[in-house]
Write a protein that binds this ligand. Structure first.
Ligand code: GLU
Length: 449
C-alpha cells in the first residue's frame, strides 16, 4: 500500500485518535491523504493554513432520536444522523441512508467522500450525508411513512434550499423523499422544492435523476475504456446490487451493446450467460419490492441463482460494484483479475477495499473510483436544484445530455490531474487530488472558517 507522506502522518494519526473505532471514516481519510502528499509539495501554504486538518473535520454533526410507532402500536426508537461536512463550494448536499449498519462513522465517511465527489462535478454544492439505523426491510407502507415523518420532524430545522439539501441513498428512494418532503412542507408552511432532491416530477423533481447515478457510471467507464481503444460491444458486464444504481447501470450498458450477465442483492446473486432480462429485474425490485432470488423462478431457462459465494467469481470484462462499501475484497479482486477483467467502475461509495484497489492498479486494470464514477447522481441533483430555482422542468434528453457532459468533464479532469502529478491512468489519485484542490482553494479564499 502507498504510504501517507510523513508530513501528513500526524494529521492522519490525529484523525484516527479523535474518531476512534470509525473504521470506514479512517479508510476514506487515509486514501485521500495518500494521494494529496504530492499536492502539499506544490502548495506549501495549505500546511500553514491547516487546510488538511480542517477538511478532515466535519463542520457540524447532528445526532438525534427518531421515535415512531409501529403497526402494532409499539414505540420504536432509532438514531438519526446528519453530518454537514463542508460548505465551501455551496450548500451541504448529499443523500440519506436508511440501513441497520448506519452509525456515525459510516455517515462521516460518506460525507467526506461526498465533499470531493461534489467538488468534481464543478457544480456549486458542498458535502454532507445523513441517515438512520432504521431497517426498512419488511416494514409496511404506513410504518415507512411514520418513520420518515418523525425523522424529518427533527431534521427540518437543520436543512433548507440555501443550507443543506438531502436526497436518497440506500433505503431511501422516491417514496421516502415524498414523505419527507410532505413533512417538511407541513412543518415550515413553505413549498420549498429545492430543499430535497430526488423528488417526484410533480413536486419539482428532475427527469433522469433516478437513472443518473447508474447512467453516469456507465458513461464514465465507457470513456475510460474508449481512450484505451476498448469498446463495449458484446462485453460481459457484472453489476453487484439491484437497487437504483445497479438497475440503471445495467440499462445503459445494455444500450451500449454490452451483455449484463449477473446482479445481486444482500442474499445472493443471479446469473445468466445469455444476458439478464432487465424488465423483469425492474418489476421485481421497483414494483414488487421482492428479493432477486425470485428472478430465476419467474425466468427459468439458463438463469441461475446462487445464495452463497461472491458475485465476483463470475468471469467478466467489466465489473461494476454498485451495492455498498467494502463489498469487493482483495480475494474478489484476485479472482476478477485471473478471469481477465478489463475495467472496474465503482457505482457504490467505496465498494472496493484498499487491497482490492491496489491489486487492480498493479495488474493494470482500468479502475474508476466511486467519487468520480458515481458522481452523476449528485450532479443531476444539482441540476434538479437548478430547475427548482428557475421554476423550470427540462426534458429527459436535455438533462441526460448535461449529465453526459458532466461525466466526460469529470473523467477528463481526473485523467489530466493524474498526468500532471506524474501518475498517468491513476484515476484514484486524479480524483482525490482534483477534488481536494477545488475544496481547499474555496476554503482558503474564505479565510479561517
Ligand atoms: N446518495 C447519492 C450519492 O452518494 C446522491 C446524493 C445526492 O443526490 O445528493 O452521491
Amino acid at each position: 500500500m502507498v504510504n501517507v507522506d510523513e508530513k501528513l502522518e500526524p494529521i492522519l494519526n490525529d484523525v484516527l485518535r479523535r474518531n476512534a473505532g470509525e473504521h470506514e471514516f479512517h479508510q476514506a481519510v487515509r486514501e485521500v491523504l495518500e494521494s494529496v502528499g504530492r499536492v502539499i509539495a506544490k502548495r506549501p501554504h495549505y500546511a500553514r493554513n491547516a487546510l488538511i486538518e480542517r477538511i478532515c473535520e466535519p463542520e457540524r454533526q447532528i445526532i438525534f432520536r427518531v421515535p415512531w410507532i409501529d403497526d402494532h402500536g409499539q414505540v420504536q426508537i432509532n438514531r438519526g444522523f446528519r453530518v454537514q461536512f463542508n460548505s465551501a463550494l455551496g450548500p451541504y448536499k448529499g443523500g440519506i441512508r436508511f440501513h441497520p449498519s448506519v452509525n456515525v462513522g459510516i455517515i462521516k465517511f460518506l460525507g467526506f467522500e461526498q465533499t470531493f465527489k461534489n467538488a468534481l462535478t464543478g457544480l456549486p454544492i458542498g458535502g454532507a450525508k445523513g441517515g438512520s439505523d432504521f431497517n426498512p426491510r419488511g416494514r409496511s407502507e404506513t410504518e415507512i411513512m411514520r418513520f420518515c415523518q418523525s425523522f424529518m420532524t427533527e431534521l427540518h430545522r437543520h436543512i433548507g434550499e440555501y443550507v443543506d439539501v438531502p436526497a436518497g441513498d440506500i433505503g431511501v428512494g422516491g417514496r421516502e423523499i415524498g414523505y419527507m418532503f410532505g413533512q417538511y412542507k407541513r412543518l415550515t408552511n413553505r413549498y420549498e422544492a429545492g430543499v430535497l432532491t430526488g423528488k417526484a416530477l410533480f413536486h419539482g423533481g428532475s427527469r433522469a435523476r433516478k437513472e443518473a447515478t447508474g447512467y453516469g457510471a456507465a458513461y464514465f467507464v465507457r470513456r475510460m475504456m474508449q481512450i484505451k481503444g476498448l469498446d463495449l460491444e458484446g462485453r460481459k458486464v457484472v453489476v453487484s446490487g439491484s437497487g437504483n444504481v445497479a438497475i440503471y447501470t445495467m440499462e445503459k450498458f445494455i444500450e451500449f451493446g454490452a451483455k449484463v450477465i449477473a446482479c445481486s442483492d444482500s442474499n445472493g446473486f443471479v446469473y445468466d450467460e445469455n444476458g439478464l432480462d432487465l424488465d423483469l429485474i425492474k418489476e421485481i425490485k421497483e414494483v414488487r419490492r421482492e428479493r432477486i432470488s425470485t428472478y430465476v423462478l419467474r425466468k427459468g431457462g439458463s438463469a441461475r441463482y446462487k445464495e452463497a459465494g461472491s458475485i465476483w467469481t463470475v468471469p467478466c470484462d467489466v465489473a461494476m460494484p454498485s451495492a455498498t462499501q467494502n463489498e469487493l475484497t482483495g480475494k474478489d479482486a484476485k479472482m476478477l483479475i485471473e478471469n481477465g477483467v478489463l475495467a472496474v467502475g465503482e457505482g457504490a461509495n467505496m465498494p472496493s477495499t484498499p487491497d482490492a484497489v491496489r491489486l487492480f492498479q498493479e495488474a493494470g486494470v482500468l479502475f474508476a473510483p466511486g467519487k468520480a464514477a458515481n458522481a452523476g447522481g449528485v450532479a443531476t441533483s444539482a441540476l434538479e436544484m437548478q430547475q427548482n430555482a428557475s421554476r423550470d422542468s427540462w426534458t429527459f434528453e436535455k438533462t441526460e445530455n448535461r449529465l453526459a457532459g458532466i461525466m466526460d468533464n469529470i473523467h477528463d479532469l481526473c485523467a489530466a490531474t493524474a498526468d500532471e502529478y506524474g501518475a498517468p491512468g491513476d484515476y484514484v489519485l486524479g480524483a482525490n487530488i482534483a477534488g481536494f484542490v477545488r475544496v481547499a482553494e474555496a476554503m482558503d479564499a474564505l479565510g479561517v472558517t
